[in-house]
Design a binder for this molecule. Structure first.
Ligand code: CMP
Length: 583
């Protein structure tokens, strides 16, 4: 019982504090997440007043990371990354290497070991996905060439960190970590370490195979199946179940991190055309847990480290803001890409975030990183996130200044590579736009052929496209047999059928429907229906018909009016025939 109360208390206090401080931060024209971090600090053990349960908060934070990585995966386009790989891969890896070396150098100045240096350096080398994406969105830069290069660069950094998270425990024994916390096998010497690494890589390999071969088949299939039920909450639930299920399952079975599992779940889901709905559905929860993530990070932070060790904090901040930026800028320039790209990558990635916290706490738990190191990383993260808007402004200002001073250098340097990349990105965007257009066209055609669907909203039209089962028939084929149970309603997209009424048949063309009577009455088919041409039908099965029509009473009324009209027509025809027979 106590546990439940404290979970509730942690979440409630977390949300209330985060909302208040987030709002205040916004008023001060700072990113709201600065407010969330401050809320966490207020709830943490280092400040007077309320102290929330840090253990619970960190579990909630883990949930935030899972959802966050899932979101990154959903927006991740493999073709985009391939297009920008020329700058993103060498850039990210080169910068991680150099920034880690700088970190190791800084740590050796403080007399810390190599293990601490590596964890510290790695933590400082990776930028924050959340902060960058929010900044790009605010500046409308997500789709620009520089924006895409920055995002691609960041994804490579994230992937490298995922690998680091997997490999760090395996190496912690050699790096001087405490052997108990590290995997027991790694303490046994070189052979055992090789074995651990081999097993780790094997597991990651098996996971990759599963993700590449089965994921894209199974996940979109599940989503379509659930979308066909037409239940929005079931759809949201399934999206979350897939995200959390894959994250947890892959951590349990393959030993990869939750973060990687969730990221892959997102990538796999992005293959489905329902991905935008999945993204929209999971966004509110993602936002809520991301808030708790920042709150829990704030709770870990000891603000007095700034007073205790101002020089170290300043050094860390300088490394993050100036060191990393300079490295990033130089790599872009050396790769012969434009100055403007170098400056925007440098400014966009001049902060550290979620992965740094995860790495730092793993480093502490493995006994590699002193607590002091974690505090410095947290201080570096919080301060670099706070000053990020200023760094971005600085980047803009520098771009303008360089442009003014050396206009031809600014415009000409790296132009050919930039233009080639821009063309390639345009081509990719066109392909995805074409795919969207194709989908739009299908919807448009649906409405043109069956104007009755114009009265339902766009989401329901999409739902219909999912519900419809295509069916074909050749001339002479009996599509419906009189006296059978009604299994579905048929919409004719092309061709024609004849409803076999006693005297003369009624011909129905593309755009009409049949088979509604038995579904509405729950009784048997009232007539034979024969194809008189090559026909294409869209069939709404009985169960789907019932669910869909119950949600759209106006449509049901229209169909039912038509059925009544047809029935009346049949009755009067029968009467007429009887009287003709009698005479
Ligand atoms: P159902 O009874 O399910 O199966 C046979 C279908 O033929 C029926 O639904 C109607 O859709 C269709 N039908 C019956 N009478 C007419 C009619 N007079 N005009 C057009 N279609 C009809």
């Amino acid at each position: 019982m106590h546990q439940e109360v404290s979970l509730l208390a942690t979440v409630a206090i977390g949300f209330v504090f985060a909302a208040v401080f987030g709002y205040l931060a916004d008023r001060l024209r700072l990113p709201p997440l600065v407010g969330y971090l401050v809320a966490g600090i207020m709830m943490g053990p280092y400040t007077p007043g309320i102290v929330a349960d840090a253990g619970l908060a960190s579990q909630l934070a883990e949930m935030g990371v899972i959802l966050l990585m899932f979101g990154v995966g959903l927006h991740f386009s493999a073709s985009d990354l391939l297009a920008v790989r020329g700058v993103a891969v060498p850039g990210a890896l080169g910068r991680i290497l150099l920034a880690t070396l700088l970190g190791i150098g800084l740590c050796s100045l403080w007399g810390w070991g190599l293990g601490a240096g590596i964890v510290f350096g790695l933590s400082l080398s990776v930028a924050s996905t959340v902060v960058l994406l929010k900044a790009l969105e605010e500046h409308n830069q997500v789709d620009s060439v520089n924006g895409r290069v920055t995002v691609g660069w960041l994804i490579v950094e994230d992937l490298a960190m995922v690998l680091a998270l997997v490999l760090l425990p395996a190496f912690s024994g050699v790096l001087g970590g405490n052997a108990d916390a590290a995997d027991a096998a790694t303490a046994g010497g070189g052979l055992a370490i090789t074995l651990t690494i081999a097993i780790t890589l094997l597991k990651v390999g098996a996971f990759t195979v599963m993700a590449i071969y089965f994921g894209p088949k199974v996940v979109p299939w599940i989503l379509t199946l659930v979308a066909r039920t037409g239940s929005p909450e079931l759809f949201t639930l399934s999206v979350l179940a897939v995200a959390l299920g894959i994250a947890f399952g892959s951590a349990e079975i393959f030993g990869v991190s939750f973060a990687l599992g969730a990221f892959v779940a997102g990538v796999v889901m992005s293959e489905s055309h329902l991905s935008h709905r999945a993204a929209a559905d999971s966004l509110p929860l993602q936002n809520a847990f991301a808030v708790l993530f920042f709150v829990s990070v704030g709770m870990l932070f000891d603000p007095y480290v700034i007073i205790r060790d101002p020089l170290a904090v300043a050094a860390v901040l300088a490394l993050i803001i100036f060191g990393k930026s300079l490295i990033g800028f130089l790599i872009v320039i050396l790769l012969r890409f434009p100055i403007s790209m170098g400056l925007s990558v440098a400014a966009g990635l001049a902060q550290i975030g979620e992965f740094s916290f995860i790495l730092a706490s793993l480093g502490v738990s493995l006994g590699l990183l002193p607590r002091e190191g974690q505090d410095l990383i947290l201080a570096g993260a919080i301060l670099s996130i706070i000053v990020n808007p200023l760094v971005l402004l600085g980047g803009d200002w520098l771009q303008k200044a360089v442009h003014r001073k050396w206009p031809s250098l600014f415009e000409q340097y790296g132009k050919s590579k930039h233009d080639a990349l821009s063309r390639e990105l345009d081509r990719i965007r066109k392909i995805s736009e074409d795919r969207n257009r194709q989908h739009q066209l299908e919807m448009q055609q649906l409405i043109e052929t069956f104007p009755m669907f114009a009265q339902v909203d766009e989401n329901s039209q999409e739902e219909l496209l999912l519900l419809f089962r295509p069916k074909v028939a050749s001339p002479g084929e009996r599509v419906i047999r009189i006296g059978d149970r009604g299994d579905g309603m048929y919409f004719i997209s092309s061709g024609a059928v004849e409803v076999q009424l006693e005297d003369d048949p009624v011909r129905l063309q593309a755009g009409s429907f049949f088979g509604e009577m038995a579904l509405l009455s729950g009784g048997r088919r009232t007539a034979d229906v024969i194809a008189v041409d090559f026909c294409q039908f869209l069939v709404l099965e009985r169960r789907d018909f019932n669910v869909f029509m119950s949600k759209h009473p106006a449509l049901r009324a229209a169909v039912s009016d038509m059925a009544k009209e047809r029935k009346a027509m049949n009755v009067s025809r029968r009467k007429r025939k009887k009287s003709l027979d009698a005479t």
